[in-house]
Every structure is written in structure tokens, then in C-alpha cells.
Design a protein around this ligand. Structure first.
Ligand code: ADE
Length: 225
């Protein structure tokens, strides 16, 4: 998978890709991530990428021209499956979206700033709009980093134990069951006997029941899906 991230703040989004699982996915060649500074596509000598709103109103709007120049330069090199705009009024990211995105080959992520982008960018270049939740961030960069983390860990070969993504919370619209490690008893607090029994059929059943119970208590809406 190749991800091209268009941003006015590359320094804000680079660090998540320089550690842990994302770093390893990149060094293994399972994903390529490129950062494009939108200011490099400005035709203006001040490198401006935004302007005042037509009709008046507070807040600047990201202009169409530098975005067009950047996206068109990328599209001249290869085909893209999606041009995704990170925005609080997009569809809310969930595990199903992350699963489907992890199967794509080439993706552009456009990070918004200020009031957002000129509507014509959304109408003519963007193919999908994603929000990471019902709250407003200062820009799309942190949202894009979260999107990339959720998606990249699902690419086959990225997680060392490939089955572990399958048992994550949300993967079957269920939250994950409780987990324990050694010691089996700490300050009198015991690990459930069943997990020490060695009876894996029973353990699987216990985990399923616990996952269901936990989901019913905390996120009953997931069970309705
Ligand atoms: N940009 C600003 N807020 C955002 C959000 N909630 N999700 C994605 N991008 C954003």
C-alpha cells in the first residue's frame, strides 16, 4: 500500500511513522508513506495556500489551486483508489472502514486546516471524507495519523502475530474480552481459573461470553449492528 499525505504541517504528522509498528511496516516494505508540503505547490511568492471566504465570515479557506497542483502531480504518476479528505463532517472512522481501506493500493490523504478546503476540492477531487470522531481538531494531521495507524496494522504481515488483529475490539462488532498475564495471583487477586485450565475449547467459549457481556454493558449499540 502507498499513502500520500498532503499537509501544511508535515512536521506534525511524521513522528507516528518513526516508531513501533508503523515504522516496522515501512521498513519491511509493506507500506510506503510520503508527505507532501502543500506550500511547495503554491504559485504565490509568499507560499500562501489559503484565502478569505467569499461572502465574508471568520476564518481562512484552503485554496483549490495548490491542492489541484499537488493531487494532479501525484495522479500523473499512478492511479489512486481514493482521495480522502480528513474532516469533522466526514463519515466516522470505524473498524469496518479501516478493514476495507487496508485492501487498497494507492491512497491520498488530504489534511484540512483553518475553516477547511474550498468546496470545489471536495466536489471534484475528493472521493471519500473521513472524521475520527465528533470533535474538532486544529487540523486533519492527527486524524490522518490515527487513520493510518488503524489501517496499516491490518495489512497482512504488519502484525507479527497475524491473528491478533482478528481478536481486536470491534472486529466482530464485539469489544475484546479481559486479558491477563503472569503472575496468576497478585496481592490475592486471581486470574480466572478457566484461563489456567489448558482446555482451549472452554477458554474460547469463556472469552466469547465475556466479550458479549462486556459489549452488552458498555456498547449495546454494537450488538444491534
Ligand atoms: N479535522 C478537524 N477535526 C477532525 C476530525 N474530527 N476528524 C478528521 N479530521 C479533522
Amino acid at each position: 500500500m502507498r499513502i500520500d499525505i498532503i499537509t501544511v504541517l508535515p512536521e506534525l504528522i511524521k513522528s507516528p511513522f518513526e516508531a513501533s509498528i508503523l515504522k516496522r511496516a515501512i521498513s519491511k516494505g509493506l507500506v510506503e508513506v510520503y508527505f507532501h508540503n502543500l506550500r511547495d505547490y503554491s504559485t504565490n511568492r509568499h507560499k500562501n495556500i489559503d484565502d478569505y471566504q467569499f461572502g465574508g465570515g471568520a476564518g481562512m479557506v484552503m485554496s483549490i489551486e495548490p491542492i489541484d497542483r499537488c493531487i494532479s502531480a501525484l495522479k500523473a504518476e499512478r492511479e489512486y483508489d481514493e482521495v480522502i479528505y480528513m474532516t469533522p463532517d466526514g463519515e466516522t472512522l470505524n473498524q469496518q472502514i479501516a478493514n476495507s481501506m487496508s485492501l487498497l493500493k494507492n491512497v491520498i490523504l488530504l489534511c484540512g486546516h483553518y475553516k477547511g478546503v474550498d468546496q470545489r476540492v471536495r466536489d471534484h477531487f475528493v472521493t471519500r471524507e473521513i472524521s475520527i470522531g465528533d470533535y474538532v481538531l486544529s487540523g486533519g494531521e492527527l486524524g490522518a495519523a490515527i487513520f493510518c495507524d488503524a489501517v496499516i496494522r491490518l495489512i497482512p504481515g504488519v502484525l507479527s502475530n497475524e491473528t491478533s488483529a482478528l481478536t481486536d475490539s470491534f472486529q466482530d462488532n464485539l469489544l475484546a474480552p479481559p486479558i491477563y498475564t503472569r503472575p496468576a495471583e497478585y496481592k490475592g487477586w486471581k486470574v480466572p481459573d478457566i484461563l489456567l485450565s489448558g482446555n482451549f475449547a472452554k477458554i474460547d467459549k469463556w472469552r466469547e461470553e465475556k466479550a458479549y457481556e462486556h459489549t452488552k454493558n458498555r456498547r449495546p449499540d454494537l450488538l444491534e449492528k
